[in-house]
Write a protein that binds this ligand. Sequence first.
Ligand code: MEV
Length: 337
Amino acid sequence: MATLMPEPPASRPLVIASAPGKVILFGEHAVVYGEPAIAAAVDRRVRLELLPSATGEPSVNWYPMREEHHAFLLNVFKLAGIEVALRAATTSDLPSAAGLGSSAALTAAAATAALSLAGTLTAEPGATLTPKEEEDVARVAYEAEWLAQGGSGSPTDTATSSHGGAILVDSSRGAGLIRTVTRADRTWHLHDLEVPRLTLVIGNTGARGRTADQVAKVKRLTMKSAFARETVRDIGALVREALPALKAGDAERIGRLMDRNHNLLCVLGVSTPKLDQLVEAARRTSYGAKLTGSGGGGCMIALTDRAAETTKNLERLGAEVYAVKLGGPGARIEPDA
Ligand code: MEV
């Protein structure tokens, strides 16, 4: 890791922004191939302050901002048209590289702050962004993430952090359409989705999984295996079944579909023995459980009304456990406290 920069006297932030993390309830990985997915914001956020740089060099939490570690942020500043060197200070209540969208949340918060500094976004602290402002934030955040990940992945994570609430990503347009995103030969239609404000128990394996690596792994598999391509389509069909179950708040059906979705993700090779162990343990006291996000480590989610028992079972296996509530506000400017 690079050496720390000298710490000059405190200065006031130019702007502060925050954005929520997310869980993918159904459809991760398959969404990259145009199948639908359902993702929801969670009540845990990343907060980012932008301050003048006293050294004339851009930095993050007192480390020099470098392409190899901070490509997302450098891309955001470039895309927002920020040319001055800034110091970024971040705080987060999300574990990083754990499938809860911490890097998408950081990117969306940075896009919100940078576009506000550039004068493109004029929202007051705490206010919901206008549809045009949200679109600008989501566009810059996705472009920055896409470039940083070497041109892979869907807009699901950055769109959820920008929008908040819950979203349905689909290959066709439907009610609640927010916007349409096209990249290479793929088009994703993003829709606002009402889901019950469910509480989920999350178990973190503590192993970090890089999204770009997991996406590349599934790509290799789908290129050589017809069975993997069929599994991707099976996930899409399952997401369509999950929509009415979520609408009805039918916990038993949602749980059964979560179990099936996890099993299909195992077929795609993105689960790990530890994730399977946590999912298995959580299922004993839950409606259902699955890994969430890109896998290869990271987190699993369980839908349960026996949260205390589920938490104990997961902790006994060494997991870090959080309870999160689905939904809540998207990216926003924060007051300078
Ligand atoms: C990662 O949170 C979700 C994936 O589907 C990748 C993507 O949609 O870009 C695995």
